[in-house]
Ligand binder design. Sequence first.
Ligand code: GRF
Length: 213
Amino acid sequence: MKKRVSILISGRGSNMAAILQAARDPAYPAAISCVIANRPDAKGLETARAEGVPAILIDHKNFASRESFEDEVHGALIAHGTDIVALAGFMRVLTPHFITRWDGRLLNIHPSLLPSYRGLHTHERALEDGVKLHGCTVHFVVPELDAGPIIAQGAVTVRPDDTPDSLAARVLAVENALYPRVVGAMAAGRIALRDGQAIINGPTSEASLVSLA
Ligand code: GRF
């Protein structure tokens, strides 16, 4: 039986769409159980519906506390038989109340080469610092923001004429290639969280992706 992956989004959903597309291949090790958005204007909800994937809006504004919002999300994940949760542009901070329930089964993609540039505005900050390599990181989620064990990274070279937008676009292309591979390897049981480290069993080709474009 394929592991069931649910995806949490807040907006555009290009990483979600990349995972849905990968999951169309019968050989892909994960089945997509549902997509949940915390914002009514999340474009990715329409994309998921068009793909025939259950797409659920759970508007965090309708909840009195972070925990009550998280309980609703957790309930929907369980109702859809979720084994693994992938955050994909999910812009709501999750508390330990939620994170501990999905320990070792909760992934995130962040648009920087962690541990550099946790938080927001990563592309602007990378350009300001004049770094020559930038990229994205897939990591296990722990309560500290963007600080969980690193599973995989994708890198791009920074060009002298890059703007935050042009750099973001090249990083996003690498994100869209990397995340489905990592989610697939995770669903295949090849990635685990052990003693605070991400362990990859078998070929480690999922762990890095470099675009020199
Ligand atoms: C991506 O850059 C992701 O790394 C970050 O938010 C963005 C989401 O993009 N967490 P999308 O919604 O997947 O297109």
